[in-house]
Design a binder for this molecule. Sequence first.
Ligand SMILES: [Fe+2]
Length: 388
Amino acid sequence: MPIYHTLGQIPAKRHTVFRKPDGALYAEELVSTEGFSSMYSLVYHTHPPTIVKELGTPYSVEPKIAREKHLRHTSLLGFNIKPQKDYLESRKIVLVNSDLQISLAAPTESMTTYFYKNSQADEVLFIHKGSGTLKTGFGKIYFKYGDYIVVPRGTIYQIEFNDADNRLFIIESFSPIHFPKRYQNKYGQLMEHAPFCERDIVRPTDLETFDEAGDFKVLIKKQGLIYPYTYGTHPFDFIGWDGYHYPWAFSIHNFEPITGRVHQPPPVHQTFEAHNFVICSFVPRKYDYHPQAIPAPYNHSNIDSDEVLYYVDGDFMSRKSVVQGQITLHPGGIPHGPHPGTVEKSIGKEKTEELAVMIDPFKPLMLTEDAISIEDENYHKSWQHNIE
Ligand SMILES: [Fe+2]
């Protein structure tokens, strides 16, 4: 996150004596995602973050691959994923490769009896339905429909939902999530041509320090396993912190679309990037205004990447019978394009209300058993029409 932020109390100079009112030292910790080579924060704990009381038995949450190799346009009906009470159990991994994992989740209850830390991936939680609070040691993020919440790996969190009707689209990235380099100047500031700016970034607020001893269960995800740890002090014991590494949020509704006289290519929708994949936002916008413009996209042969679209809301201009929560996967290697009739229908249209998240991974995605269970098996034939 290229914005410096600080909350709570920190010493005037890093790595110096910083004492509690009782004279004991606060415990400094450096947190980062790429060692000492990139963004980091310095955190000041009330107690050292190392007081382990018990180690539980690890268990696997590794995705079960059902279709490793394929060359088939695929559609998954995401809202057919069944709601489940527990947040972690509700997360169903559907598409994976060695750079990212994509999950769908419909949790109905807040996380109250444990804390969670993903130590293998940054998480992007896209809130399709629901609202609530992401609680962390860095402070709180209040989220709602349309928010992307970016949680850097290693961040311990609890998620609290305001009600039981929640739908999340989750991306776990094995490399750090950041904004496209081309949106930033050499100092990291978002430039005028970027479709959003720093004011749109929601940073943590309301830091609360929990100076508590006891048994605190933290479920830590690493290499496809969950390791149950019991710590002797509350994970949210930060008295203060500063730096560039912290959870944050950006609303898809604050993405300002870039439009033109003729069809603009997918990179204008880019929102985030990571190693070997990008995340884009398709938002309501005015259509192309050349008098002869065709707003529907041209057929394209994405040889170098797969293309995943997650449909959030509104009619999607290039697709027929799309439903909320649907995922389409157009694998690299064969062309795809607008559905029959949609090109003609798009001519002369002035605007679209479509809302969708797109992920373009450069390595092929595999489908899991959970993906196959919600597959629309005939999707690959959906471009057929009567050729006269
Ligand atoms: Fe496409």
